[in-house]
Design a protein around this ligand. Sequence first.
Ligand SMILES: Cc1cc2nc3c(=O)[nH]c(=O)nc-3n(C[C@H](O)[C@H](O)[C@H](O)COP(=O)(O)O)c2cc1C
Length: 187
Amino acid sequence: MTAKVAVIVGSLRKGSVNHVFADALAKLARPRLDLQIVEIGDLPLYNQDLEGELPPAVQRFKREIEAADAVLFVTPEFNRTFSAAIKNAIEWGSRPWGKNSWAGKPGAIVGATLGAVGTAAAQSQLRSVASAIGVALTAQPEIYLNYRDGLIVDGEVTDESFKKLLLDWTGNFADWVARLKAPTLQF
Ligand SMILES: Cc1cc2nc3c(=O)[nH]c(=O)nc-3n(C[C@H](O)[C@H](O)[C@H](O)COP(=O)(O)O)c2cc1C
Protein backbone atom coordinates (compact mmCIF):
# COMPACT_ATOMS: atom_id res chain seq x y z
CA MET A 1 0.00 0.00 0.00
CA THR A 2 1.20 3.51 -0.81
CA ALA A 3 0.24 6.29 1.60
CA LYS A 4 -0.34 9.76 0.20
CA VAL A 5 1.65 12.52 1.92
CA ALA A 6 0.88 16.22 1.47
CA VAL A 7 4.22 18.06 1.54
CA ILE A 8 4.31 21.68 2.67
CA VAL A 9 7.54 23.34 1.56
CA GLY A 10 8.03 26.54 3.53
CA SER A 11 10.18 28.43 1.04
CA LEU A 12 8.50 30.03 -1.97
CA ARG A 13 11.62 30.96 -3.91
CA LYS A 14 12.85 29.28 -7.08
CA GLY A 15 16.00 27.34 -6.28
CA SER A 16 14.95 26.70 -2.70
CA VAL A 17 17.18 24.11 -1.03
CA ASN A 18 14.11 22.91 0.90
CA HIS A 19 12.40 22.25 -2.41
CA VAL A 20 15.44 20.30 -3.63
CA PHE A 21 15.44 18.38 -0.34
CA ALA A 22 11.70 17.60 -0.62
CA ASP A 23 12.16 16.27 -4.16
CA ALA A 24 15.02 14.01 -3.04
CA LEU A 25 12.96 12.69 -0.12
CA ALA A 26 10.05 11.99 -2.48
CA LYS A 27 12.30 9.76 -4.59
CA LEU A 28 13.66 7.87 -1.58
CA ALA A 29 10.24 7.40 0.02
CA ARG A 30 8.71 5.47 -2.89
CA PRO A 31 6.95 3.09 -3.06
CA ARG A 32 5.69 3.18 0.54
CA LEU A 33 4.99 6.92 0.53
CA ASP A 34 3.81 9.12 -2.31
CA LEU A 35 5.07 12.61 -1.41
CA GLN A 36 3.26 15.36 -3.30
CA ILE A 37 4.06 19.05 -2.80
CA VAL A 38 0.96 21.13 -2.04
CA GLU A 39 1.09 24.71 -3.35
CA ILE A 40 0.98 27.35 -0.61
CA GLY A 41 2.36 30.36 -2.50
CA ASP A 42 -1.05 31.32 -3.86
CA LEU A 43 -2.83 31.39 -0.49
CA PRO A 44 -3.93 34.89 0.55
CA LEU A 45 -2.74 36.16 3.91
CA TYR A 46 -5.05 34.69 6.51
CA ASN A 47 -7.95 37.02 7.25
CA GLN A 48 -10.96 35.86 9.23
CA ASP A 49 -13.20 38.10 7.12
CA LEU A 50 -12.54 35.75 4.18
CA GLU A 51 -13.87 32.70 6.02
CA GLY A 52 -17.51 33.34 4.92
CA GLU A 53 -16.71 32.28 1.37
CA LEU A 54 -13.27 30.70 1.28
CA PRO A 55 -11.05 31.93 -1.59
CA PRO A 56 -10.61 29.26 -4.33
CA ALA A 57 -6.92 28.73 -3.48
CA VAL A 58 -7.86 28.04 0.14
CA GLN A 59 -10.60 25.59 -0.87
CA ARG A 60 -8.13 23.77 -3.13
CA PHE A 61 -5.50 23.73 -0.38
CA LYS A 62 -7.87 22.34 2.26
CA ARG A 63 -9.13 19.66 -0.14
CA GLU A 64 -5.57 18.51 -0.84
CA ILE A 65 -4.69 18.30 2.86
CA GLU A 66 -7.90 16.41 3.65
CA ALA A 67 -7.28 13.94 0.81
CA ALA A 68 -3.82 13.06 2.15
CA ASP A 69 -3.06 10.26 4.61
CA ALA A 70 -0.30 12.31 6.25
CA VAL A 71 1.52 15.64 6.11
CA LEU A 72 5.19 16.54 5.91
CA PHE A 73 6.51 20.02 6.66
CA VAL A 74 9.82 20.91 4.99
CA THR A 75 10.84 24.16 6.59
CA PRO A 76 13.57 26.71 6.12
CA GLU A 77 14.68 28.72 9.13
CA PHE A 78 13.95 32.43 8.93
CA ASN A 79 15.04 34.55 11.89
CA ARG A 80 15.17 31.50 14.15
CA THR A 81 11.72 30.20 13.36
CA PHE A 82 9.76 28.49 10.58
CA SER A 83 8.56 30.53 7.63
CA ALA A 84 5.56 32.84 7.57
CA ALA A 85 4.35 30.93 4.48
CA ILE A 86 3.97 27.79 6.60
CA LYS A 87 2.23 29.66 9.41
CA ASN A 88 -0.21 31.16 6.92
CA ALA A 89 -0.96 27.71 5.48
CA ILE A 90 -1.45 26.36 8.99
CA GLU A 91 -3.99 29.09 9.77
CA TRP A 92 -6.04 28.37 6.64
CA GLY A 93 -5.90 24.63 7.17
CA SER A 94 -7.19 25.03 10.72
CA ARG A 95 -10.19 27.21 9.86
CA PRO A 96 -13.15 27.87 9.78
CA TRP A 97 -13.87 26.71 13.32
CA GLY A 98 -14.85 23.03 13.26
CA LYS A 99 -13.28 22.48 9.81
CA ASN A 100 -9.69 21.76 10.80
CA SER A 101 -8.18 19.99 7.79
CA TRP A 102 -5.09 18.91 9.79
CA ALA A 103 -6.87 17.13 12.63
CA GLY A 104 -5.64 13.61 13.30
CA LYS A 105 -3.11 13.47 10.47
CA PRO A 106 0.15 11.67 11.10
CA GLY A 107 2.97 14.07 10.30
CA ALA A 108 6.66 14.84 10.31
CA ILE A 109 8.99 17.83 10.11
CA VAL A 110 12.34 18.19 8.38
CA GLY A 111 14.19 21.24 7.17
CA ALA A 112 17.28 22.64 5.49
CA THR A 113 19.33 25.80 5.89
CA LEU A 114 22.65 27.03 4.58
CA GLY A 115 23.66 27.72 8.18
CA ALA A 116 25.04 25.43 10.87
CA VAL A 117 21.86 25.50 12.97
CA GLY A 118 20.15 23.33 10.33
CA THR A 119 16.58 24.47 11.23
CA ALA A 120 16.74 23.20 14.82
CA ALA A 121 15.07 26.36 16.14
CA ALA A 122 12.50 26.43 13.33
CA GLN A 123 11.56 22.79 13.79
CA SER A 124 11.25 23.11 17.53
CA GLN A 125 8.76 25.97 17.17
CA LEU A 126 6.85 24.27 14.36
CA ARG A 127 6.55 21.17 16.55
CA SER A 128 4.59 23.04 19.20
CA VAL A 129 2.28 24.64 16.60
CA ALA A 130 1.69 21.30 14.85
CA SER A 131 0.57 19.74 18.11
CA ALA A 132 -1.96 22.57 18.55
CA ILE A 133 -3.63 21.75 15.21
CA GLY A 134 -3.81 18.02 15.91
CA VAL A 135 -0.97 16.69 13.76
CA ALA A 136 0.63 13.62 15.34
CA LEU A 137 4.36 14.03 14.71
CA THR A 138 7.11 11.44 14.55
CA ALA A 139 9.77 11.86 17.22
CA GLN A 140 12.94 10.17 15.93
CA PRO A 141 15.05 10.30 13.85
CA GLU A 142 15.23 14.08 13.45
CA ILE A 143 16.85 15.64 10.40
CA TYR A 144 18.45 19.08 10.55
CA LEU A 145 20.04 19.60 7.18
CA ASN A 146 22.96 21.98 6.78
CA TYR A 147 22.77 22.05 2.98
CA ARG A 148 25.90 22.36 0.82
CA ASP A 149 26.29 22.49 -2.96
CA GLY A 150 26.57 19.05 -4.54
CA LEU A 151 24.78 17.19 -1.73
CA ILE A 152 21.75 16.60 -3.94
CA VAL A 153 22.23 16.47 -7.71
CA ASP A 154 19.30 15.90 -10.09
CA GLY A 155 17.22 14.70 -7.15
CA GLU A 156 19.84 12.15 -6.05
CA VAL A 157 21.61 12.29 -2.69
CA THR A 158 25.35 12.02 -3.39
CA ASP A 159 26.55 11.33 0.17
CA GLU A 160 25.97 7.63 0.96
CA SER A 161 25.77 7.99 4.75
CA PHE A 162 23.26 10.85 4.45
CA LYS A 163 21.27 8.82 1.93
CA LYS A 164 21.15 5.93 4.43
CA LEU A 165 19.91 8.31 7.15
CA LEU A 166 17.16 9.56 4.82
CA LEU A 167 16.14 6.01 3.89
CA ASP A 168 15.89 5.15 7.61
CA TRP A 169 13.87 8.32 8.12
CA THR A 170 11.42 7.55 5.30
CA GLY A 171 10.99 3.96 6.56
CA ASN A 172 10.29 5.22 10.05
CA PHE A 173 7.79 7.80 8.77
CA ALA A 174 6.04 5.16 6.61
CA ASP A 175 5.76 2.87 9.69
CA TRP A 176 4.31 5.76 11.70
CA VAL A 177 1.72 6.58 9.02
CA ALA A 178 0.74 2.91 8.70
CA ARG A 179 0.34 2.57 12.48
CA LEU A 180 -1.85 5.67 12.81
CA LYS A 181 -3.92 4.73 9.78
CA ALA A 182 -4.69 1.28 11.19
CA PRO A 183 -8.41 0.78 11.75
CA THR A 184 -9.46 1.57 15.31
CA LEU A 185 -10.14 -1.57 17.31
CA GLN A 186 -13.80 -1.99 18.16
CA PHE A 187 -14.69 -3.45 21.57
C1 LIG B 1 14.85 36.42 6.04
C2 LIG B 1 15.87 35.33 6.26
C3 LIG B 1 16.17 34.93 7.55
C4 LIG B 1 17.07 33.85 7.75
N1 LIG B 1 17.30 33.42 9.03
C5 LIG B 1 18.01 32.29 9.22
C6 LIG B 1 18.09 31.69 10.51
O1 LIG B 1 17.54 32.18 11.48
N2 LIG B 1 18.81 30.54 10.63
C7 LIG B 1 19.43 29.94 9.55
O2 LIG B 1 20.05 28.89 9.71
N3 LIG B 1 19.38 30.49 8.32
C8 LIG B 1 18.66 31.63 8.13
N4 LIG B 1 18.55 32.17 6.86
C9 LIG B 1 19.27 31.53 5.74
C10 LIG B 1 18.41 30.44 5.12
O3 LIG B 1 18.67 29.24 5.82
C11 LIG B 1 18.78 30.25 3.66
O4 LIG B 1 18.44 31.44 2.96
C12 LIG B 1 18.10 29.06 3.04
O5 LIG B 1 18.61 28.88 1.74
C13 LIG B 1 16.58 29.25 3.01
O6 LIG B 1 15.94 28.11 2.51
P1 LIG B 1 15.49 27.98 0.98
O7 LIG B 1 16.77 27.79 0.16
O8 LIG B 1 14.67 26.73 0.97
O9 LIG B 1 14.78 29.21 0.58
C14 LIG B 1 17.69 33.23 6.65
C15 LIG B 1 17.38 33.68 5.34
C16 LIG B 1 16.49 34.69 5.15
C17 LIG B 1 16.13 35.12 3.73
